[in-house]
Write a protein that binds this ligand. Sequence first.
Ligand code: IVH
Length: 666
Amino acid sequence: MNDTERIAHLRTLLHRLNHEYYVMNAPTASDREFDEMMHELQHLEQLHPELYDPNSPTQRVGSDLSNEFATVVHKRPMLSLSNTYNRQEVADFYQRVGESLHGQPFDVCCELKFDGLSISLHYERKRLVRAVTRGDGEKGDDVTANVRTIRSIPLELPAGTDCPDAFEIRGEVLMPWASFDRLNRQREEAEEPLFANPRNAASGTLKSKDSRVVAGRGLDAYLYYLLSDQMPAEGHYQSLQMVRSWGFQVSEHIKLAHSLQEIYDYIDYWDNERHHLPIATDGIVLKVNSFAQQRSLGITAKSPRWAIAYKFQAEQAQTTLRQVVYQVGRTGAVTPVANMDPVLLAGTTVRRATLHNADVLESLQLHVGDQVLVEKGGEIIPKIVGVAQESLDNPHRGQPIHFPTHCPACGRELVHYEGEAAHYCPNETGCVPLILGRIEHFISRKAMNINSLGPETVDEYYRRGMIRDAADLYLLTEQQLGGDQKMVRKILKSVDESRKVPFERVLFAIGIRFVGEIAAKTLARHFGSMEALAAASVDDLLQVSGIGMVIAESVRAYFQNPSNRDFVSRLASCGLQMQLSEAHRQAQSDRLAGKSIVISGVFAHHSRDEYKALIEQHGGRNVGSISAKTSFILAGDNMGPAKLEKARKLGIPVMGEEEFLALIQG
Ligand code: IVH
């Protein structure tokens, strides 16, 4: 067997093993055998870039080519379903269908309604050629590169598959609970905002610009709708059985119902049983089975007349509202939170529910002691959705609850910014939760990384009068701290070490509103020192690319406040980095000004991240994907064949490592 044949052989074999593992849950090879074949294929493909195939099993890991999603017009519009919420509406649907079919008998295919996002997959000659999101139903985003990483979606169907030459298959991309929980745990550790539910997580993931991120997130897909000019069956249920035999993942829980009673039975069964599934579902979909009958029923503007969704009631519980407390965050935003008598809801005991903001709170018109209805819908955090009738009818209700006009922590009058739902406490230097929140931000990992201190310790030091703000951390002494010697030394050491943290992170750590990690980096590079930044006018700030009005005004306001200026100068006298390091500045030039540069391949002299930094230090921009606007490609060894091809097509120069280093050194 020569290399070309071996590559083809391995690809076919790995496609089959993949299907056995991810769709059938019945692997016939060990993980080790699978890995060995995969490595061999990767190796052979590297030797033969001319045999590159986007559908190769090796491509499931994603690539560093950035995805800019092209908009694609759907060949057949993607309709939605009309929703029903109770048995009567289901009965109405059943009757309507019967009447429209003039009393002909009909079957209904019952399916679970998966809670993810819909996807349209196109196959031509047994190969996946395109994957498109629903978008607005008329046109969606081309997310093929990301979809290729979803292992239960076949990239190629086995040679003997008896399927039409061209077909479209629709289904739902979703994130199983296990992947979702893992992802949120990771995000919590990285201090990143959590996803509210698996649907948001799946949709955020599928729209990621980096398919390697998608590959690592454990997405899955169920297919539920075949469309083709040559349909292989007379009915929907039968067509899904065919689709399954071609290698697609079709739910095992689809069922043909021959009467309204059988539909009810299906609904009743899954209303409970769905909680034991490894994935999120939010209802049942009912589809008239026969394609001929579907055609005769037709569609309305938005949805087919032959199908409906029955949405499960979100689980509700009733309990007593004790009080509403107001949490003040680091930014000063005030969030109302309800404390309630504990109640069991969807398997967990609930005591607290968020009321989001003043508008939500006021719209509920709550009174202390009310019987409230709590719901856990698609979101993980429970919410209060209303007051029970018995409380509304009660003439002796408790005190009405209103959002405060003044900060519950410090008493200062709250402010409300146009276009924002939240109310803020503006007392940045005098309100305890704001002060503590700012110190916690200051010591956090991405800021000064003083990891021997946690929120409880900060709280304690503050209450004992040892610190008033983050600058005081640098004045702490061994005697002051007392207690466990080992611990104390550890704390003092990590405080001391933070003096070396580079200027850009100091700038992030001081917590100027709207100045996140990226903006801090940009500002640090542009102005070079805290002094220069503090002196910058709004106009100066607006000159910096990537800095808009919101950030510019916030930076200006920060440095106009005398207590902020005092804080920063105390940090400076404690020895923190208030300017870019000498090495950093010397290494700077504008030799790459205005250039967009793509990095690709493996390098000998510096790491990829170092090259990224070098490009920025010399005024260039590192971009992820090749386009007509790319100035050149900085290429190491083993540059991906897809990139090479694209560069050639667009006539973009490719520059080697040495040449690049010579260029920036002038
Ligand atoms: S069929 C014309 N089947 O629900 C019929 N949809 O509100 C097209 N969905 O956009 C859809 N599970 O994202 C169908 N078993 C299932 C489904 C399902 C979830 C989603 C889908 C669609 C939405 C309709």
